[in-house]
Design a protein around this ligand. Sequence first.
Ligand SMILES: [Zn+2]
Length: 318
Amino acid sequence: MIHKINDSIYRIELPLSDTGGEHSVNCYLLMPELLLVDAGPADSAAYKVLEDALRSINVSINQLNAVIITHHHSDHTGLLTTLPDSIPIYMNSTSIQYFCNSSAIQDKEFITKTIAESVDVPEPKRAKLMEQLFRDYRLNGLEHKTLHLMDQEGWLFDKYKIILLKGHSCNDLCIYCENYNIVISGDLLLDKVTINSLLEINPSDGTLVTNLMRRYMSSVEFIRTTNAVLLPGHGEIIYDAASLINNNRLKTEKRLKKAQRIIKQYENLSVNSLCEKLFPGLCDLEYYLALSETFNILDLLDEQKSVKIDNSKQGAPI
Ligand SMILES: [Zn+2]
């Protein structure tokens, strides 16, 4: 499905078959440069939809001049290895550590053990959690590609400003289209999704990255200052990012207060126990999301210095 946003930008909606929450993912085509932003899931149905969508505006996949990746998650990068090797790929320099499957990421036994000890994840939930934590690190075959690893912000084709941020993942990349005051914002801000700073494994040492939320808040604040229309990684165009950010902030404030009450009430609470008390329903349905948000809350409480965090336990309150 292809939607024309303006004379230079198209949104291409690709189907997502194996995820819990979202049903589709957005790629964007920037014209006339023929730049594709994000590459959808590793799925032949998604590839066919992309091919057909491009064909409907008389573009073939071979004509694409580059692919720009907003972050390393598999719903945005899965088709990278299927696309022709002649198409160069632009990405945040941190992303490559995930795609190359660093030895730290491969050490699943170590990661499982550390998480089990520090977070106190009960056995039935452990396997699913590990599956979700490792879900994004499956991309092989990039050695034949031309990679442009971006470690600082800059302009692409004198027209698109690449902005490097953190928060939804460790390596978010947004594209500011100055002519239209539009930001292609990846998954940083999604309509209807409040919990959007997700738990990740640090590719350099296999530990959990537990302090993404404060980076998320400043990234989102930056987006707000642009006053731009957002083109998100999932869902429709976001015209009023400021209201969405405010609503999310109010929900976060409520969660912080609830967490403070719980932490005061119980001693030696593990991250898992806090998670179960904060999100009793979500904990059973989407443990990964509930745990991500628990770490987010702990990160903000740590920033406010309102809870003492034991860093040796990867962020567990004491
Ligand atoms: Zn996504």
